[in-house]
Design a protein around this ligand. Structure first.
Ligand code: SF4
Length: 904
């Protein structure tokens, strides 16, 4: 006769879930050890018992309520300490490594591509087999090659554990059962579990035989005993906001109310749920106010996802192998480092410009060496071993110690005072590292990269749920709600594809054996009983229940109600949608003021920007104001092998070096011209590109070198078709005073052709057209500016031209007094309205003065020369859209003509 027949306290009567819960609380008050399904349930039962004890007693012993798994683990630890059990329990990482070794060494596992996944699956399947007493040596295990292999792995697993005198969690109760009489056991146990497996029943039987009085929570009556209504919404966002609004109403109506929100697919919707509840229940948080949050989301998240752990993993990854710049940036900006945030931000902005997509620890060391922004970090990193030492295979404890030193060097996690959740995360992180270090007992060795990869995998596999703080609104999924009761409950996502669910089935155990063992497989009576029990439990967890569903998912899939909830009435009153955040925070109704004027530039105020300032003011006054007075500059980089500006700089510098050597058109005839070009390119690349380069970048540079030599050779061939000329200057700085501003620029090149002078501006893009110099509001006013500078220096300026230095498209595009000065395409009358060059330079002078003066006067209108939506819009490559909000401006001129390029 089993204990089920002996100790079924209520004589087989069915009861409701809330009554069950009250029995568990009463048992805890009476001094029984109460075993629950999970930690949350243990906490809820203990809290309820303490509330009642508080009313009747001045002092009491803390009720002994704990999850079943923790009870078994505790009993096993005590048995080891007492010398009753000899086998040492393995840690999770050790168990997985043991499975992995067994799989990799087995004939079937040698070809396996993902031994880690196979090890996790084998461990999980072994646990299922142990819980349901499935005979792993049954002839049925030969049904397929997978199940046969699993059977062999399990036999080997048992052998290895026995040889090392180890055991694992799945075997605790089997090993403890015959030795219970030698242990100190509680006098009475109340089992508050949703259902029990054969292994649990066997263990409880053994406890009963050892003299423990076992009581078990009675079976649930089917169906609902609460007032339940249904709500239906158009989409998921509406559903979540309504749930949050409902929760708010509940806690406002009754202080101290315990409000539950269960969402079947909570894990998939976590960010949406957090955002909806935050905006309705805790909007002040968005204003930075430190008020207690009235809700908690009890969803286990991988430890690796918590910011404090993510930061540690990113830092260690940097030492293991180059990491993506954005990960590096995220790690260095983390508040958990003892690094000044301002200094870190300055450092990152500086290095980002020249950074490549991947950042290595050597890059970091070089950047720190080049500056004094983070001296503490530089000194700390210098004390660490050089990176080459990280590639040898070492014992795990060695790497764990180095990992600790690396994190200490960055001051992790002392940058901020940790809150409770962060503190618990760091504790869990330390346990995780200890678990990985325990692999030493299996002689596991790795290089630092392997060690960090192991930590990452372990942190990603470990679900972590900080101990909660008992906020009035508790949000969870169905499994987490096991063992909890509420004053009011909302059950969301009640669609037929989410409930009933389909429990996972191990592919390593034959279905016949699973069925025989009573595992609840879809379509079996056990599965039906499980669904009925959980549904009844949910519907009996509170006296008032609201069920909800969105008709459409976010990806526009239509949803239907789960048949288990269709019998409930639709709610007679809709839930009022909460106000939007903008409405909540709007103290007064907003008044729109059209303001396009910035303060006038005060005399003596220095504004940098040079010709770029003119370009921005001409194209859109607001962009000049934002960039050069608000300093709203775009962060540059990181880049692939070459930054966009670097290619242009290399070409410009190489051409300067070539003309310093060749001097004039005569020099083009030199027999060593090719060698001059090659030497100039090499020199320019050495000067303009970072000196260190990984293998990929080096190969890329080789290709870039060949490409640049080819382009310049083609360009010089074009130059040799010109009239005789002499290169006067290259990269010549100039300064011009315009409308009260002193503006600087740099002329790429000035040629002397006979007695005339021509300004050349190199471009490596093919889209630069001379129409960009036309007044009013020239799109590229640099060339008119250089023209003005040369005229002020009394040069006989006879033309300006782009030099398009581009493979297959090299050409001159210019505006000249006489067409034979340069071999440009002939200009049509549409350009510069047929006005002669010398007359047009006067128009340029006037227009540039007007543009500069408008900047000085604070003209800052959001007025792009070519509005968004048109070809070559001024906004196309502008980084200020979020600031200027050009998209919100009414586009009255949407039918105005598209500006086309009109030169030929
Ligand atoms: S996005 Fe357009 S309108 Fe806005 S600042 Fe830039 S150029 Fe001006």
């Amino acid at each position: 006769m089993s204990f089920w027949d002996i100790f079924y306290d209520n004589g087989g009567e069915l009861t409701t879930y809330r009554e069950c819960f009250e029995q568990a609380v009463a048992a805890a008050i009476a001094g029984a050890t109460v075993l629950t399904a999970n930690t949350r349930s243990a906490r809820v039962v203990r809290a309820a018992a303490e509330r009642q004890l508080l009313l009747s007693k001045p002092a009491w012993v803390t009720p002994d309520v704990l999850p079943y798994g923790a009870f078994v683990e505790q009993l096993y630890s005590e048995s080891v300490v007492a010398g009753v059990m000899e086998a040492q329990p393995v840690r999770r990482e050790q168990e997985l490594q043991l499975w992995r070794q067994i799989i990799e060494r087995s004939p079937s596992g040698r070809e396996m591509l993902l031994p880690e996944s196979a090890a996790a699956l084998a461990s999980e399947s072994f646990r299922t087999a142990m819980e349901h007493n499935i005979p792993l040596d049954s002839p049925l295990m030969s049904v397929s090659s997978d199940t046969r292999a699993f059977s062999e792995w399990c036999a080997e697993f048992h052998r290895q554990l026995a040889a090392r005198r180890w055991t694992c969690e799945a075997m605790f109760t089997r090993e403890l059962a015959p030795r219970l009489s030698a242990l100190r056991l509680p006098a009475q146990i109340f089992v508050f579990l949703p259902e029990t497996t054969p292994a649990q029943r066997h263990f409880l039987d053994a406890l009963a035989e050892a003299g423990v009085r076992i009581s078990i929570a009675p079976e649930l009556r089917c169906g609902s005993d609460s007032a339940s209504v249904r709500y239906e919404f158009d989409g998921v966002a509406d559903e979540l906001r309504a749930a949050a609004q409902w929760a708010r109403r509940e806690i406002e109506a009754a202080s101290g109310a315990r409000v539950g929100v269960i969402i079947f697919d909570l894990n998939r919707k976590l960010p949406q749920v957090e955002s909806a509840f935050r905006s309705v229940l805790h909007p002040e948080h968005l204003l930075g106010e430190e008020t207690p949050c009235p809700f908690e989301i009890a969803s286990p998240i991988a430890l690796a996802e918590y910011p404090v752990v993510r930061c540690a993993l990113q830092l260690l990854s940097l030492f293991a192998a180059p990491i993506d710049f954005h990960l590096f940036q995220s790690a260095l900006s983390s508040p958990y480092l003892a690094v000044s945030p301002e200094a870190a931000a300055r450092f990152l902005v500086r290095v980002k410009k020249s950074a490549r997509r991947l950042v290595s620890v050597e890059d970091l060391a070089r950047w720190l060496h080049e500056s004094n922004e983070l001296p503490g970090l530089r000194a700390a990193l210098e004390r660490l071993p050089k990176h080459a030492a990280f590639s040898s295979e070492q014992p795990v404890a060695y790497w764990a110690d180095l990992a600790r030193r690396i994190l200490e060097a960055f001051g992790w996690p002392s940058g901020v005072a940790l809150d409770s959740e962060e503190f618990q995360c760091t504790q869990s992180w330390r346990e995780l590292v200890a678990s990985v270090v325990s692999l030493e007992l299996l002689e596991w060795r790795a290089d630092f990269r392997g060690f960090v990869a192991r930590l990452e995998r372990a942190a990603a596999a470990q679900n972590f749920k900080p101990e909660t703080l008992n906020a009035p609104v508790q949000i969870m999924d169905a499994s987490e709600s096991e063992g909890s009761v509420f004053d009011a409950l909302w059950v969301g996502s009640c669609s037929d594809d989410l409930w009933p669910d389909s429990p996972k089935v191990s592919p390593l155990i034959p279905i016949a054996l699973l069925k025989e063992a009573g595992v609840p497989l879809v379509g079996t009576p056990q599965a039906d009983a499980r669904i009925s029990r959980i549904t009844s439990r949910l519907l009996q967890s509170a006296p008032r229940i609201s069920l909800s569903m969105a008709r459409r998912t976010d990806d526009e899939r239509e949803q239907r109600w789960s048949p288990l909830f269709t019998s409930f009435e639709a709610a007679s009153e809709p839930i009022e949608q909460p106000p939007l955040l903008a409405e909540q925070f709007a103290a007064v109704s907003l008044e729109a003021i059209w303001d396009s004027k910035a303060p006038v530039l005060s005399s003596g105020e220095v504004v940098r920007g040079g010709t770029s300032l003119l370009e921005k003011q001409s194209n859109c006054p607001f962009s000049a104001f934002a960039t050069w007075r608000l300093l709203a500059k775009e962060a540059q980089g990181p880049n692939d092998a070459l930054a966009p500006t670097e290619r242009g700089k290399v070409v410009e510098l190489a051409l300067q070096l070539i003309w310093e050597e060749l001097k004039d058109s005569e020099g083009l005839r030199r027999p060593d011209r090719a060698a001059v070009v090659e030497a100039a390119v090499d020199e320019a690349m050495a000067r303009e590109l970072p000196s260190d380069a990984d293998e990929w970048s080096s190969r890329f540079r080789d290709l870039e070198r060949q490409r640049t030599i080819g382009v310049l050779t083609e360009w010089l061939a074009l130059e040799s078709t010109r009239k005789p000329f002499h290169v006067l200057v290259h990269q010549q700085p100039v300064e011009v005073e315009l409308g009260g501003l002193k503006l600087q620029g740099r002329i790429d090149r000035l040629d002397e052709i006979g007695d005339a002078h021509v300004v050349l501006d190199y471009k490596i893009g093919s889209s630069n057209r001379v129409s960009a110099w036309e007044v009013p509001r020239p799109r590229l006013p640099q060339i008119p500016f250089y023209a003005l500078a040369m005229l002020q220096q009394k040069m006989n300026l006879a033309g300006v031209s782009f030099g398009i230095v581009r493979k297959g498209e090299s050409c001159f595009r210019g505006y000249l007094r006489e067409s034979e000065l340069l071999p440009c395409a002939r200009l049509t009358k549409r350009n510069f309205e047929g006005i002669a060059f010398d007359e047009y330079t006067a128009l340029w002078a006037e227009e540039l003065k007007r543009i500069a003066a408008s900047f000085v006067q604070g003209e800052a209108a959001v007025d792009p020369k070519i509005p968004p939506g048109k070809n070559n819009s001024s906004c196309e490559h502008c980084h200020l859209t979020a600031l200027c909000r050009v998209g919100e401006l009414a586009s009255d001129d949407s039918d105005s003509e598209t500006e086309g390029e009109n030169d030929e």
